[in-house]
Design a protein around this ligand. Structure first.
Ligand code: COA
Length: 218
């Protein structure tokens, strides 16, 4: 494989990492290779697996990366109890509604990202949350896993709206929301400062280009 190209999970060649702002950020954040930790050769298919309580350590490791917790956990790394609580809640929600948390995996490497839907059935909406290990930034993976989750949300008849919020300086997250075709809903205030909330209604048009989906397993 030419050194300046990365083979995508579907076998197509993505842009050289040097072409991407996220990939540059990934290198600055200790990445260097735009592949998940532990993967050095050609990448097989990505998959999304429903989270279990056994994923506590893996999720804690992901959430403990400073570029990940910076905005997601308001500047402080979460502790094990917080992560176990998030997982316990998402597992309960998944058993009730089919919507919860999925971990992004590839081959036998540890999970390198996750996407979560937190349904609010009374409001007929679900909140979308996503994160990636910085080594995996700049490949479109967050957009793809978020789109896969949104598609799943609209398969649930009680959900009409997917909402997601981000701190305003979190431009990578804001870019994901826009790539998903989500639209500005309102300004919000977070502990670190101002933020925005975006939303996509089930009747809204799909984004163009439409992000590819990632297969669910398990
Ligand atoms: C938010 C976050 C997941 C975004 O990661 P990301 O890698 O920038 O987003 P994507 O995976 O969608 O990749 C988009 C980048 O890949 C590039 N790309 C390459 N192939 C692509 C494809 N097929 N589709 C879309 N984008 C593609 C895009 O051009 C873009 O690069 P750019 O930023 O240089 O313009 C990441 O910054 C993160 O984990 N942050 C910490 C957690 C957090 O803040 N989460 C948000 C709170 S909900």
């Amino acid at each position: 494989m030419p050194a300046d190209r990365v083979i995508s999970p579907q076998g197509g060649a993505t842009q050289p990492p040097t072409a991407s702002r996220s990939a540059a950020a990934a290198r600055e954040n200790g990445g260097g290779a735009v592949v998940p930790p532990g993967i050095t050769a050609e990448i097989p298919a990505w998959r999304l697996r429903a989270a279990t309580i056994d994923d506590t350590e893996a999720l804690l490791a992901l959430a403990s990366c400073p570029p990940v917790f910076r905005y997601l956990f308001d500047g402080a790394a979460p502790d094990r109890q917080t992560i176990a609580g998030v997982l316990t809640q998402s597992i309960a929600t998944a058993s009730d509604t089919g919507l919860g948390m999925w971990l992004l995996e590839c081959a036998a490497a540890p999970p390198c990202g996750c996407v979560q839907l937190r349904p609010d059935l009374a409001a007929r909406s679900a909140e979308l949350i996503y994160l990636l290990h910085p080594r995996c930034w700049g490949q479109g993976l967050a957009t793809r896993m978020a789109w896969t989750a949104i598609t799943q949300a609209f398969l649930v008849s009680g959900i009409d709206l997917v909402v997601a919020g981000t701190d305003l300086p979190n431009i990578a997250s804001l870019a994901v929301l826009r790539r998903l075709g989500m639209r500005f809903r309102r300004n919000v205030r977070y502990p670190l400062g101002v933020g925005v909330e975006y939303a996509l209604h089930r009747d809204d048009p799909a984004p163009r280009p439409c992000p590819g989906s990632i297969a669910f397993v398990g």
